[in-house]
Design a protein around this ligand. Structure first.
Ligand SMILES: *Cc1c(COP(=O)(O)O)cnc(C)c1O
Length: 429
């Protein structure tokens, strides 16, 4: 038993499953989750002192790598001024201005602390604005764990109100319609049958919670056209993709202008900041201006905002996203080539600083395809990589991330380790 195993055993006595968020557990790959003690640049160290190249990056936020000195300085200075006031502060204006500049569809923006809150508030706002109650989401898209959005569908079939978590009354999800991702025809049929009741369509334009699955341009633009035609609100959930796939987020990649956008992860630079914003006429419905209530004791927290603001300034360095994209490209091309040369069915894809690895013959376009991945092969590959000091997400349903701090050296090390891992898989180990 090493120290990770000891801590895991001890953690399970005081914390359900030993973790404070289920994706941290190793349930689908087996073994003890690693307890990390520190991180720097592209690396993390666990409690035994073992060093890992980090491809989770706290599930996306750490786009500059860990411990960026300018972000840390901003945080330390903010701490010295006070941890929280519960009043208006100037940095909140600065980060709102920065967000508006980088994501032009956002005319005004409200800060919160988690992506879950941003999603819950955005759909409440869409319902309040339209006076309608139906919400369309897509199978495999995650928008946080608020009751109305925690719904998935069966096998791509149109499903009305089928909760995917226990504890959610059926009535709460009765107005949530789950449709197949990348299926514009099904969306159009749904609008045709009940378009006047639909308050909003919420979507991850690049899906990052069913591994990585890119929306087709046709699908994303169909959402825009149908929302416009039927007076529904288009919400793009950019909690993962915002400042991650491109400076202007996924909406800039597709050239689409949503009515509302959700942000999280990178916008907080490693601290709890999220946001929702968009059309001024819609945002004017939010309290204190309008009747849609939304609030938060720690919303716009000055220490968290300091980290986010410093991060948003640094990602605007010239060539930042070109470099980030070339790191993802090198990694995914190298892994694909390593698998091919060892004869293991595998493919990979990327978008800016985000990537998907698939134990599948071809890149998936929807949730039902993602579910066909060879999870047993992935589990073995994952543990080979972990032993070799490469920390990937412990599930075939998660995307991966690179930071600007990942250099050729780390990428080469990872590809070499992967080649050995694929060879071991082929040899049945
Ligand atoms: C992470 C994530 C969320 C939820 O954010 P939390 O801060 O974990 O509540 C919502 N939507 C997407 C697309 C995400 O990736």
């Amino acid at each position: 038993m090493d120290r990770n195993d000891e801590l895991f055993e001890r953690a399970q006595r005081s914390i359900p499953g030993g973790v404070n968020s289920p994706v941290r557990a190793f349930r689908s790959v087996g073994g003890s989750p690693r307890f990390m003690q520190k991180a720097s640049g592209p690396f993390m160290w666990d409690v035994t002192g073992k060093k890992y190249i980090d491809y989770i990056l706290s599930w996306g936020p750490m786009i500059l790598g860990h411990g960026n000195p300018e972000v840390l300085r901003a945080v330390h200075e903010a701490c010295d001024r006070g941890l929280t006031f519960g009043t208006a502060t100037e940095p909140e204006i600065l980060i709102a201005e920065e967000i508006r500049k980088l994501v032009p569809s956002i005319e005004t923006v409200r800060l919160a602390s988690s992506g879950t809150e941003a999603g819950m508030s955005a759909i409440r706002l869409a319902c309040g604005f339209t006076g309608r109650s139906k919400v369309i989401k897509f199978e495999g898209c995650y928008h946080g764990h608020s009751d109305r959005l925690l719904v998935k569908a069966g096998s791509g079939m149109l499903t009305f109100g089928h909760p995917s978590s226990a504890g959610i009354p059926a009535g709460v999800t009765a107005d949530t319609i789950v449709l197949e991702y990348n299926n514009p025809q099904q969306l159009e049929d749904t609008f045709r049958s009940c378009g006047s009741e639909i308050a909003c369509v919420i979507v991850e334009a690049v899906g990052g919670n069913m591994n990585m699955v890119k929306g087709s341009p046709e699908f994303i633009h169909a959402i825009r056209d149908l929302c416009t035609r039927y007076g529904a609100v288009m919400i793009v959930d950019e909690v993962m993709t915002g400042f991650r796939v491109a400076l202007g987020g996924a909406q800039s990649v597709y050239g689409v202008k949503p009515d509302l956008t959700m942000l999280g992860k990178v916008v907080g630079g490693g601290m709890p900041v999220s946001a929702f914003g968009g059309r001024r006429d819609i945002m004017n419905m939010v309290a204190p201006l309008g009747p849609v209530y939304q609030a938060g004791t720690l919303s716009g927290n000055p220490v968290a905002v300091a980290a986010g603001l410093a991060t948003l300034r640094l990602v605007q360095a010239p060539g930042f996203y070109d470099r980030l994209t070339s790191i993802s490209r090198r990694l995914t091309e190298g892994l694909t080539e390593a698998a091919r040369s060892e004869g293991v069915p595998f493919c990979a894809d990327y978008c800016g600083g985000m990537f998907g690895l698939y134990f599948l013959p071809k890149v998936p376009t929807r949730f039902s395809e993602v579910t066909r991945a060879d999870t047993a092969a992935f589990g073995r590959w994952f543990h080979h990589m972990l032993d070799a000091g490469c920390y990937f997400a412990p599930s075939t349903y998660e995307a991966g991330f690179v930071s600007i701090a990942h250099t050729d050296k780390e990428i080469s090390h990872t590809i070499e380790a992967a080649r050995e891992a694929f060879a071991a898989l082929k040899a049945g180990q």
